[in-house]
Design a protein around this ligand. Sequence first.
Ligand SMILES: *[C@@H]1O[C@H](CO)[C@@H](O)[C@H](O)[C@H]1NC(C)=O
Length: 397
Amino acid sequence: MLILAFACLLYLVSLTHSIASNTVSLSQIQASFEGEDIKRHCPCASKSLCKPVQRHVDREVFGFLPPNPRKSWESFDFSQLSTIAWTTDPALMCYAHSMGARVTADGRQGLAEVLTDASKRSQWVFDAVQQAESLHLDGINFDFEDPTEPGSSLALGYSLTVKHAAEVFHRHIPGSQVSVDVPWSPYDVDGRNYDWAGLAAAADLLFVMSYDMQSQIYGRCIAAANSPAALVEKGLRQWLDLGVPRSKIVLGLPWYGYDYECQPDSTGRPMQPSDTVCHLAHVPFQGAPCSDAAGSQKGYLEIMEILRSGRNTTHMQMDSTEMSPFFNYEAKDGSIHQIWFDNPESLSVKYQMASDLNLRGVGIWNLDTLDYESSDPVIHHQTSEMWEALKIFSGRS
Ligand SMILES: *[C@@H]1O[C@H](CO)[C@@H](O)[C@H](O)[C@H]1NC(C)=O
């Protein structure tokens, strides 16, 4: 017992020493002892499954799974998937580890409140690494999205937090992965002007969110693609031009789309069922007069359901400029809506782009937008086609 307590103390000393310049309170020390107990408890069938994943993955397939997903993760294609972010379900952790996939924590909790205060930042990192250790996770994903001025203390505080977290995580969880979600372009998207060089240097991966790309519409206020291929490529080239290494870039893509209720045009003529141009309600965002906030997000499964229901008033068409599918449908209240989304065909173009640019990975927001349980062969096929398309990048065909 004495030896065990001594070992715990040694562990604590090493832990507290690593949390640079932070004072550690008695309650934290007690919390660490409790943390040690949790750490010893492995919920998996075999204790070895609680070990962090160590392998290096050349071609990352990085999927988000929000807390409390609807669908069964056992049906995910783990021959391709290498990281799952945000869900901490112990059963998923054991299963993912058995398949060699990393599970990384949701790093949003309480983050915004600590970024400009050095001692609060250290405390936050200390808590985060302890929690990750107790849940046997393989790292953390940062997703701070508040607007910031370039060079502000908030922007600098964010990159210092990620730097500190990367040091502490790598030391305490060998092989762990620290990733940061960044907008599709480094140039003032939604007012986000962070210290990109600092973040890129500190993190193992930058997950480039190449979606929600109509968040600031300065031109015509009409419905358009969530992830237009040419603009996706432009954004990626901007990241590369800033000096972010290819080996750190994950191209994040949407498994969802936007549903817009089409408004009358400027002459007051209402949207007709087969019109191509869908005028949006003017919803300003971050200085832009018009935004995708006029629509609502729908998952791929839900969108395919609308098409199957026969409520569509046009065929699904592929826009040849934006390389994305869209169609109109009549909503229950009789209004005409237009949906822009991504399907295996439009995603394939972008998976190929990631491969051509020799990026580290591709990513998915999010894995819970498909139906993994339906016995309907059509739905089953739609789900497997989405995973199949990923093989263009992962090469695991
Ligand atoms: C609705 O979509 C289905 C499936 O793509 C298609 O067969 C049908 O013709 C479409 N309806 C109209 C009115 O275009």
